[in-house]
Design a protein around this ligand. Structure first.
Ligand code: GDP
Ligand code: MG
Length: 439
């Protein structure tokens, strides 16, 4: 599937992943490579430009949550922007009520895979428990109705076509007969050929007016190049497109034309076609599609873990800023702090000056002390961590013993905690501090 695009995107990411440290130059190079990969795959220029400027912009400002690196942030950005481009991460399969009539009309140019898709959808929804009816309204191409009839037979669902009737009559008769046979989900295949494009579009408009489809699927071939967007635009000027089906993603198509059309129309992809067989249809899910494209099965779990860490960090900052800081919060801040580099440079960046002065310690001593606090906090139980005011001398002795420190160390940590808590309360909602601590 989209092998060449996949190959070049993965090459861009491999370099990023292999690098020891991420700097602006590397980000820039990666983004350039991604741009090139997308353009070569026929993704339209304006889309590529906006995607890469988003990545560049955000890569500069977004900070890594605790436990993650800038590299992770950049990977996530690339992933997020691509998922966004493809309509976001929730799957968009039409799931109509099984007991109500629902008409799905397939449109697209000739050869895009409408008839094949009609058969695939019939099987897919039949398996899901729907009562299907198939109508062919293609009386341009000889054998088009016959093609769908055979598919209907294979799937075992009612079918109607009568190429000798005018389209409207054929539709009305078909609907009547299929209703009598109990069909609820009616899938309507249309012709994709006309002597000229304007004629085809006009016909689509007319079909739309008498069919009143509940959902229109625009079928786009993954092999279609840059012209896909303008075709999609022409269709959507006549018909409200509900979703796009991208076919032939199993082939060697570059795919970018179809992907651009999707981004351009701002309608979701519902299904993708991945072969000629009736089974070769998949529900489209932008996140897993992009993970596959980027060759990172593990990317999704990284993203989810990062999002959780970000959320936790935010909540912790919230609590601190409102003066409800716990020792768990302090622990997570200490960890974030220690990742930010030498203590002195961290303290320099803090706008609160004296408040957080950790005595007159040398750098090393400071680091030592933070490490100690970490073990001390880890030796406390949940209750103590969320409400340090219960720490009496016997608890303190127990904690010191458990963490291999002295009771004075525990008391020192508590003093710093109190100080930090007070300070945080004073700088409530100080955005700059929040950003620094979030880093
Ligand atoms: P229509 O003119 O839009 O109705 O297109 P058809 O359904 O007749 O399909 C045109 C050709 O594309 C046929 O040879 C199909 O077998 C083939 N085709 C359709 N969908 C796919 C797909 O997802 N993968 C592959 N490899 N071929 C497909
Ligand atoms: Mg057809």
């Amino acid at each position: 599937m989209l092998d060449s695009l996949k190959g070049s995107l993965q090459a861009a990411l491999d370099k990023l992943r292999g690098a020891a440290a991420v700097n602006d130059k590397l980000i820039d190079e990666t983004v350039k490579q991604i741009e090139k990969a997308l353009l070569l795959a026929d993704v339209s220029l304006p889309l590529v430009a906006s995607l890469s400027s988003q990545i560049r912009e955000k890569a500069k400002t977004e900070e890594a949550p605790p436990g993650y690196t800038k590299k992770d942030v950049v990977l996530k950005l690339i992933y997020d922007e691509l998922v966004n481009l493809l309509g976001g991460s929730s799957p968009r399969i039409p799931k109509p009520d099984k007991n109500q009539e629902h008409k799905v009309m397939l449109i697209g140019i000739e050869g895009s895979g409408k008839t094949t898709t009609a058969g695939k959808l019939a099987l897919y929804y039949k398996k899901a428990g729907y009562s299907i009816g198939l109508i062919s309204l293609d009386n341009y191409r000889l054998g088009a109705a016959e093609q769908l009839r055979q598919l209907a037979d294979k799937v075992g669902v009612p079918f109607y076509a009568d190429p000798s009737l005018p389209t409207r009559k054929a539709f009305e008769e078909g609907l009547k007969q299929l209703r009598e046979r109990g069909a609820k989900l009616i899938i309507i295949d249309t012709a994709g050929r006309h002597k000229d494009e304007e004629g085809l579009m006009q016909e689509m408009g007319e079909l739309n007016n008498f069919i009143h489809p509940d959902h229109v699927m625009l079928v786009i071939d993954a092999n279609l190049g840059q012209s896909a967007s303008s075709q999609a635009a022409a269709f959507s000027s006549k018909v409200k497109v509900g979703s796009v089906v991208i076919t032939k993603l199993d082939g060697s198509g570059k795919g970018g034309g179809a992907l651009s059309a999707v981004a351009y129309l701002k309608v979701p992809v519902s299904f993708i076609g991945v072969g000629e067989g009736l089974d070769d249809i998949e529900e489209f899910d932008a996140s897993s599609f992009v993970s596959r494209l980027l060759g990172m099965g593990d990317l999704r779990s990284l993203i989810m873990a990062m999002e959780a860490a970000e959320k936790e960090q935010e909540e912790s900052l919230e609590r601190m800023a409102s003066g409800r800081m716990t020792l768990d919060d302090m622990l997570s801040q200490i960890r974030a702090f220690r990742k930010m580099g030498p203590l002195s440079s961290v303290l320099e960046k803090l706008p609160i000056g004296g408040g957080l002065k950790i005595d007159q310690l040398t750098e090393e001593q400071g680091e030592e002390r933070m490490k100690k606090w970490e073990v001390i906090i880890q030796s406390m139980n949940k209750k103590e961590r969320s409400d340090p005011s219960i720490l009496d001398s016997s608890r303190i002795r127990r904690i010191a013993k458990g963490s291999g420190t002295r009771p004075e160390d525990v008391k020192d940590m508590i003093r710093q905690y109190e100080l930090l808590k007070k300070t945080m309360k004073n700088v409530r909602r100080n955005k700059r501090l929040a950003n620094l601590l979030g880093g």
